[in-house]
Design a protein. Sequence first.
Length: 251
Amino acid sequence: MYNFLFIEKKDGITTIVLNRPERYNALNAELCKEIATAIEKSGEEKDTKVIRIKGMGKGFCAGLDLFSVDPREFSRAGNIVTDLFNPIVLSIKNNPKPVVAQVSGAAAGAGCSLALACDMVYASEEALFTLPFLKIALLPDTGASYLLVKQVGYKKAFEIFSGNKNLTAKEAESMGLVNKALPAEALEEACLESCHQLAKQSADLLGNLKKLLQAAETQPLHDILNLEAYYQDQAAAHPAFMEAIQQFKKK
């Protein structure tokens, strides 16, 4: 079904593996479309509770594969961003299921944005997060400007972009960009354990949690208070809430 992805489904976890290891999983047009499609379809599947994204081989994703683009197309770079990259970010942000990135090696450019767009990020200590847009005389894309400013603030984002700074996994962890930076040999187990914990929780609750937290990034407090009340009504009406109350009373 996919030429550049490997899909594994087990225990409610759908793992999407970027499979262009010879190019460090760099993004060509077909891979971009496959990633967005796979994430969207996984979000629609009842047996999928969590989506995990990782790269085959030594890298997570090296960003745009410059060798896959006709140089004449660079005069319309915005079209590449709009048609190929943006649907990936939106497929993650609009997905009702938690999306977890497992990063080994380099996450560069649009590949870094792919990781940052996920709900959680686990990374090996050897991983590098790099946003070298200005280094090649371009500006941030694939939601990088939005994601970085939201997560580290304007001044730090300006420093990272303007300085073409490579962030180690530990640095990214200290900024809140990565949930956990781990030794390479511990990464797979730790990421899967987190995914299993998520898979045990109510899909409806996690889907509404994503909506609530994303709204909290942009909307004023008054609106969020009302939104919390709205989603709390839904949560309290779910059988899982009454079951949790009964279990609590038995203690």
